[in-house]
Design a protein around this ligand. Structure first.
Ligand code: FES
Length: 108
């Protein structure tokens, strides 16, 4: 059975204000509220060494703080140059008012 990892309380994630989650043995993650829906992606931009949570959320788009690249928060698709590689997304479940993802494969 896949176990869940709790990232942060849902109430901590305000619409338009992504939250960085840094847990041991997981990649840096970004949690978003888009009009009441919660999404999780890797926090590291696929173009360079920037945390997307330092960028700017515009609706369902997160703009990297470097170089002006951007991603679709729901799908991870690269939306603006120079980003071309999608950012990884994670299916989200809400458990007891916490944002949770499945424990990634290969992580104890
Ligand atoms: Fe994100 Fe370059 S590091 S667009």
């Amino acid at each position: 059975m896949t176990s869940k990892v709790r990232l942060c309380p849902v109430a901590d994630v305000k619409d338009g204000e992504p939250v960085g989650v840094f847990l041991e043995q997981l990649p840096a993650l970004a949690v978003y509220n888009v009009d009441g829906d919660i999404f999780v992606t890797d926090n590291m931009c696929t173009h360079g060494n920037a945390m997307l949570t330092d960028g700017y959320q515009d609706g369902g788009i997160i703009e990297c703080p470097f170089h002006g690249g951007s991603f679709d928060i729901a799908t991870g698709a690269a939306k603006a140059f120079p980003c071309q590689v999608p950012v990884k997304t994670y299916p989200v479940t809400i458990d007891d008012e916490w944002v949770c993802i499945d424990q990634p494969d290969g992580v104890a």
